[in-house]
Design a protein around this ligand. Structure first.
Ligand code: GAR
Length: 195
């Protein structure tokens, strides 16, 4: 059984799906803490599941590095086997990636390396692409450039809006994330040498 810390910024719907998966007796990972870079609505899922939460507000620090130092303190205290970025809308500073990598994974609402960055869904729609997707990657010091652990295509429909497309991508992300965490936990996925 591996321990996981999940970091979020928003509603945490993918986090909630992971928490539901970890409730199954045969799921080989458990979430020990949930953190956020702001007063994220998704922190409410922590109390629903009786899991501790912490908030390291990005805007309270004068630099990304200083924010990262406080975040690293929290992560050290939890000493988790795996850190999952599930909608964390901040780039981690290099110091954090260097200390905790390659045990940090991220979900992204596009078929990387297509449409990296903070607006993966919007950018896919604006490009006129007929399909996009969802990816789970290992975090490195680039913007969504780390090794790909899992990904799947999602079609873009003619009358899609950013919101409707994102809502169709998210269930795919959830499935990929839950499976990726399971495979890391069982040793099927070795983060030091991703497939
Ligand atoms: C997810 O689609 C996740 O991939 C995305 O934020 C959403 C969070 O949704 N992350 C990024 O775009 C990171 N670049 P949620 O808060 O409902 O789980």
């Amino acid at each position: 059984m591996i321990s996981v810390v999940v970091l979020i910024s928003g509603s945490g719907s993918n986090l909630r799906a992971l928490l539901e998966a970890t409730s199954a007796v045969d799921y080989p990972a458990h979430v020990v803490a949930i953190g956020a870079d702001r007063e994220a609505d998704g922190l409410g899922h922590a109390s629903d599941f009786g899991i501790p939460s912490f908030d390291v507000p990005y805007t309270s620090f004068s630099s990304r590095e200083e924010w990262g130092e406080e975040l690293a303190e929290q992560l050290r205290a939890w000493n988790a086997d795996l850190i999952v970025l599930s909608g964390l809308m901040r780039l981690l500073p290099e110091s954090v990636v260097d200390e905790f990598g390659p045990r940090i994974i991220n979900t992204h609402p596009a078929y990387l390396p297509e449409f990296p960055g903070a607006h993966g869904v919007r950018d896919a729609l604006a490009s006129g692409a007929s399909e996009t997707g969802a990816s789970v990657i290992v975090v490195d010091n680039g913007v969504d450039t780390g090794p790909i652990l899992a990904q799947e295509r999602v079609p873009v429909l003619p009358d899609d809006t950013e919101a409707s497309l994102h809502e169709r991508i998210k269930p795919v992300e959830r499935r990929l994330l839950i499976d990726a965490v399971r495979r890391v936990a069982t040793g099927e996925l070795d983060l030091t040498t991703p497939a």
